[in-house]
Design a protein around this ligand. Structure first.
Ligand SMILES: NC(=O)c1ccc[n+]([C@@H]2O[C@H](COP(=O)([O-])OP(=O)(O)OC[C@H]3O[C@@H](n4cnc5c(N)ncnc54)[C@H](OP(=O)(O)O)[C@@H]3O)[C@@H](O)[C@H]2O)c1
Length: 319
C-alpha cells in the first residue's frame, strides 16, 4: 500500500480507502460480511475509513464503528460528515454552529470514538457564512473532537472563499475536499477545483472512483439485480447515456495489455494525479477489495495516460 499526505498536512492516508455509503448499515450488510470486508481492508494496508451521519441515518457509522474498534485507534484515519437533514427539525441540518456542534457528538457516540481524524462539511450551505463554519470547525479542533476538517462537493470558489476567511481570522483551513472524481466525471474537478485545492495545500479524497462499479466492466452485458446499479436504479442514468458504455468497453484492451483489470486501470489513473491523496472505494465482496487495493502499485505510462485522456476527455462530458 502507498500512503500519501493529506495535502500539506503531516497525516498520511492510504491511497486506496474504504467507504460505507450504500453498502453499510444494519439490514444492508450482514454483520459477518461487514467484519470480513473491514478486516480485509485493514490487513491490506487501508488505514482510511469514510462514513457520514446521513448514511442509513447513522447506521453506517454504528456498524463500521463497532468493527473498527478491534483495531488500535492510532492505526486508523476515520472520517465522517455533517450537513444533510437527520430529522424534520429545522436546525437538524446544514452547517450552522448549532448543527455542527450537536452532530459531532452524535457521530462520535455512534462510531464509539473520542475524535474524528477528518470531519467533512458534506455540502456547501448557502444559509451559513463561511466564517461561522470555519469558526465551528476550528473550535472542534481546539476541543480535540476532530483533527482536520474538509469540504465535500464545494465549488472551487466556495473552497477559496472559506480559505480566505480562515487566513484573515487565523482559523484552521480545510485540509481536504471530497468530490466525485473518476474517468467519467473529470471536468468539474480538473477545471475548477484542483487549481484551488493545490494552491491551498489541500489533498483530495475522491468518491465513486469506479463510477459505482460501472468502470469495472460489470455492466457490459446488462444490469444484474444484485449489483449497485441494479439496486439503485436512480444511478443508472448517470452512466448509460450517450456513448459512455461504448467508450468504457474500450478500456478492456488497454487493461489487457497491462495484465490488469479495468477497475484497476480506472483507479491507477486517479492516483497518477498527485493532487489526490486517496480514492475512496466501496465494495460488497472481499474479492472486489483485494482487486482494488492492487491499483496502489500500478504506474501508468505516458502513452496509456494519453490513451485514457483521448477516451475520456473532459470536453466530452455533458454539463
Ligand atoms: N461525499 C459525498 O458526497 C459522497 C458521495 C458518495 C460516496 N462517497 C464516499 O465514497 C465511497 C465510495 O463510493 P462508491 O461506493 O460509489 O465507490 P465505487 O468504488 O466507485 O463503487 C463501489 C461499488 O462498485 C462495485 N465494485 C467495487 N469494486 C468492484 C470490483 N473490483 N469489481 C466489480 N464491482 C466492484 C461494488 O458494488 P456492487 O458489488 O454492489 O455492484 C461497490 O460497492 C462511499 O462509500 C463514501 O464513503 C461520498
Amino acid at each position: 500500500m502507498e500512503y500519501r499526505r493529506l495535502g500539506s498536512a503531516g497525516m498520511k492516508v492510504s491511497v486506496i480507502s474504504f467507504g460505507g455509503w450504500l453498502n453499510f448499515g444494519e439490514g444492508v450488510m450482514a454483520e459477518e460480511l461487514a467484519g470480513q470486508l473491514i478486516t480485509t481492508a485493514y490487513d491490506q494496508g487501508i488505514n482510511f475509513f469514510d462514513i457520514a451521519d446521513i448514511y442509513r441515518k447513522g447506521e453506517a457509522e454504528t456498524q463500521m464503528g463497532k468493527i473498527l474498534k478491534q483495531f488500535p485507534r492510532q492505526n486508523l484515519v476515520i472520517s465522517s460528515k455533517v450537513f444533510w437533514p437527520m430529522s424534520d427539525n429545522v436546525n437538524d441540518r446544514g452547517l450552522s454552529r448549532k448543527h455542527i456542534m450537536e452532530s459531532i457528538d452524535a457521530s462520535l457516540k455512534r462510531i464509539g470514538t473520542d475524535y474524528l481524524d477528518i470531519y467533512f462539511c458534506h455540502r456547501h450551505d448557502p444559509e451559513t457564512t463561511a466564517l461561522e463554519v470555519a469558526r465551528a470547525m476550528t473550535d472542534l479542533i481546539q476541543q480535540g473532537k476532530i483533527l482536520y476538517w474538509g469540504t465535500s462537493e464545494w465549488t472551487g470558489q466556495e473552497v477559496q472563499e472559506v480559505c480566505d476567511v480562515c487566513e484573515k481570522y487565523h482559523l484552521y483551513k480545510p485540509q481536504t475536499d471530497q468530490p466525485q472524481y473518476s474517468l467519467v466525471h473529470r471536468k468539474r474537478v480538473e477545471q475548477t477545483l484542483l487549481p484551488v485545492t493545490k494552491k491551498e495545500g489541500m489533498g483530495l479524497v475522491v468518491w465513486s472512483p469506479l463510477g459505482q462499479g460501472f468502470l469495472t466492466g460489470k455492466y457490459d452485458g446488462g444490469i444484474p439485480e444484485n449489483t449497485r446499479l441494479g439496486r439503485e436504479k436512480w444511478a443508472q442514468e448517470r452512466f448509460f447515456q450517450g456513448d459512455l458504455a461504448e467508450r468504457s468497453r474500450k478500456l478492456q484492451p488497454i487493461a489487457d495489455e497491462m495484465s490488469i483489470t479495468r477497475g484497476q486501470l480506472a483507479l491507477a489513473w486517479i492516483l497518477h494525479e498527485q493532487g489526490v491523496s486517496s480514492a475512496i472505494t466501496g465494495a460488497t465482496q472481499k474479492e472486489q477489495l483485494l482487486e482494488n487495493v492492487k491499483a496502489a502499485n500500478i504506474t501508468l505510462s505516458e502513452q496509456t495516460l494519453a490513451q485514457l485522456n483521448d477516451l475520456f476527455n473532459p470536453a466530452l462530458e455533458s454539463e
